[in-house]
Design a protein around this ligand. Structure first.
Ligand SMILES: C[S@@+](CC[C@H](N)C(=O)[O-])C[C@H]1O[C@@H](n2cnc3c(N)ncnc32)[C@H](O)[C@@H]1O
Length: 278
């Protein structure tokens, strides 16, 4: 490795020692400034210029103030694709890939002869719905969100990745007409207190993407109660939430007489995705 590259990476790692992944963050930021990928940092023979060094130091400082790497570099890899990210929407999280995996798995149980119709509610960057549309180009995928800014970003991602999707503005199902075979949703599911702590850490993500109302489950309760009238018979709703919310879902589904699917754990072993079908 070029000695100056090594020195900058070491400096960055030290500055970011309180972040979750100092080494990864420093290498992503340096690779971004040098217009290369992380692995090429090991083989690049040329030292960074003064300007590149200054830009890198500036990004490391912003990161150490809490700014997420995905906002600093402008993208996040999710499923098989690279999604544009900026403060208009939540940064896609690795655990949300489970929602995509379960949607693909459960779609195999749907009894439909025509193209499967999918609604990705609370779409944000569009990472879930766009990943599904790219996996299954014959599906008819609609992306919906209450945030116009998020929808704009989802549209940009669909265009960048060449996904054929329809975008709609809606407060959950309020402005949506019709029924779907499969509905996916990763709604905000933090409590107001949890949301405040995250914002205080400088995440910079939109509050509307984090705050799920009282106990974090207000929006989810609405989602589960309203979904059956927007699903075809035998249709499936899959959603992401927090492990500790499991009892709330069990109670709501019981009250509505609906059968729970899952929950399924993420790679850290925490319940992350639940489902139900009509
Ligand atoms: C946790 S983010 C998820 C974004 C994306 N699906 C993902 O997994 O990265 C939640 C999204 O729900 C949207 N949202 C919040 N309240 C909503 C509502 N009442 N109706 C529709 N979307 C809503 C937010 O704008 C945000 O984009």
């Amino acid at each position: 490795m070029n000695p100056q590259v090594r020195e900058l990476l070491n400096w960055g790692r030290t500055q970011l020692k309180t972040s979750e992944s100092p080494e990864l963050d420093a290498s992503l930021l340096l690779a971004h400034v040098l217009g290369t990928d992380r692995l090429s940092l090991y083989t690049t023979p040329t030292p960074p210029t003064e300007d590149e060094t200054a830009r890198y130091r500036q990004l490391v400082r912003q990161r150490s103030n809490g700014r997420p790497v995905a906002y600093l570099v402008g993208f996040r890899d999710f499923w098989r694709h690279r999604f544009k990210t900026d403060p208009r929407a939540l940064i896609p999280r690795p655990e949300t890939e489970l929602l995509v995996a379960k949607a693909l798995e459960w779609a195999g149980n749907l009894a439909t002869s025509s193209p499967i119709r999918v609604l990705d509610l609370c779409t944000g960057t569009g990472c879930v719905g766009i990943s599904l549309a790219l996996e299954k180009p014959d599906w008819k995928v609609t992306l919906a969100d209450i945030s116009w800014e998020a929808l704009e970003l989802a549209q940009e991602n669909a265009a960048l990745l060449g996904a054929k999707v329809t975008l709609t503005h809606s407060d959950l199902f309020q402005d949506l007409y019709g029924t779907w075979d499969l509905i996916t949703a990763n709604p905000p599911y933090l409590s107001p207190e949890e949301t405040r702590s995250c914002l205080a850490l400088g995440w910079g993500e939109p509050e509307i993407a984090l705050n799920g109302g009282t106990l974090g489950t207000e929006l989810l309760e609405r989602l589960i109660a309203e979904a059956p009238s927007h699903l075809v018979p035998g249709g499936i709703l899959l959603w992401e939430a927090s492990p500790h919310q499991h009892r709330t879902f069990a109670m709501i589904l019981d009250r509505l007489g609906l059968r729970m699917l899952g929950p399924w754990p993420d790679l850290s072993g925490n319940y992350r995705v639940w489902g139900m079908h009509t």
